[in-house]
Design a binder for this molecule. Structure first.
Ligand code: GLY
Length: 360
């Protein structure tokens, strides 16, 4: 199984293969040199570092591994600088591949290091969380956070290939799994009615007991949606913004409630309920609100989102870096599988949408 991301000279493949295939995929991708840099975090390294290093060494690569602390705080300038120091002191050249083994934090930070070290090292994304497999590792967004906000220092930098090993999801904690599922549902809603039908029909096997076959097909379809959108608009000059469905409210909630109070997936699920409310008001005949809401409500949310005061949420939404001019940009659905961006949502309507998102 594989999905192509078509970007002319920067095209690449997302493989759904075992991590043991990585050395062969590196050869297939034409990666050269005999040294490579492996970046991971403590949790992921405990499971996958040793077999991956062994496979690379057996294939003739000298490997230097940098293991970072887990968690969002790692996506920061000090950790980036530590990584620069280790890479440069060990000795790299412009052919040295950098392999990012982990979830979104490792992929974003290591990806940005690859984009900037020696003006660009070949990057290989090895995502081990569902969120990273269906979203963060595909499309070339790399970044670190700044005190002023998340992902404010970054670059678009595409990998040479992505290898998403389905078995790494077996060790994923449930809250991280459901976080990823929120993005899968998002991809279904903005780009693939068939994927939505799969989710609707297999909600329990997919969400609760992670049926391997159902999950694998779901992930592949979700990645196809992302690959198609990125292929059409690599640098988010237009259509790629639909990937932010649910994220206007979600980013505001994460900020106002305090990062970590709600997981990103919980926040996105709530934000998509708000987006559904706004969309259905505009397109009542085209959108099956109850069916969509049933799937969105299947994503468990731990905590009371209504404890975040709406005025603070609205202020945070107004300050979002993705706004243009004065209007807050919302992504809405025109029908199942089709999304668009609009600035035409009043504060009163946003308040009603948030009340809907918080209702049960
Ligand atoms: N995660 C949204 C994007 O890649 O554009």
């Amino acid at each position: 199984m594989a999905v192509s991301v078509d970007l002319g000279a920067r095209s690449y493949t997302v493989h759904f293969r075992s991590l043991s295939a990585v050395p062969a995929l590196m050869e297939e991708a034409g990666l050269q040199g005999n040294r490579c840099l492996l970046v991971s975090d403590e949790h992921v390294a405990a499971h996958y570092r040793t077999p991956l290093e062994r496979g690379l060494t057996d294939a003739g690569w000298a490997v230097h591994t940098v293991v970072l602390p887990p968690g969002e705080a790692t996506k920061s300038a000090p950790h980036l600088h530590d990584l620069y120091d280790e890479a440069l002191e060990w000795g790299i050249d412009r052919d040295t591949p950098l392999l990012a083994l982990g979830g979104g934090v490792v992929g974003d930070l290591a990806g940005f290091a690859a984009a900037t070290l020696l003006r660009g090292l070949p990057l290989v994304q090895l995502p081990t969380s569902l969120l990273a497999q269906v979203d963060a590792s595909v499309g070339g967004k790399t970044a670190i956070n700044h005190a002023v906000g998340k992902n404010l220092i970054g670059a678009f930098y595409q990998p040479q290939f992505v290898c998403a090993d389905p078995r790494t999801l077996d060790t994923l904690p449930m809250d991280e799994y459901t976080s990823g599922m929120a993005e899968v549902v998002k991809h279904a809603l903005i780009g693939d009615p068939d994927l939505f039908a799969d989710l609707e029909n297999h909600l329990v096997p997919i969400l609760s007991y992670r049926d391997r076959e159902a999950v694998a097909s779901t992930i592949e379809k979700a990645v196809r949606v992302k690959a198609e959108i990125v292929g059409a608009d690599e640098r988010e000059e237009g259509r790629r913004a639909v990937l932010n469905f649910g994220h206007t409210f979600a980013h505001a909630l994460e900020q106002v409630a305090g990062y970590g109070t709600f997981s990103h997936g919980e926040a996105v699920a709530l934000g998509m309920r708000a987006g559904l409310y706004l969309s259905h008001r505009r397109w009542p005949d085209a959108l099956p609100r109850e069916r969509i809401d049933h799937v969105l409500q299947a994503i468990p949310v731990d905590g009371d989102p209504s404890s975040a005061p709406f005025p603070a949420l609205y202020e945070a939404m107004a300050a979002d870096k993705k706004n243009r001019g004065d209007s807050i940009r919302f992504v809405l659905l025109r029908r199942l599988g089709e999304a668009y961006v609009t600035g035409d949502v009043s504060e009163a309507e946003a308040r009603q949408a948030w009340a809907f998102a918080c209702s049960s």
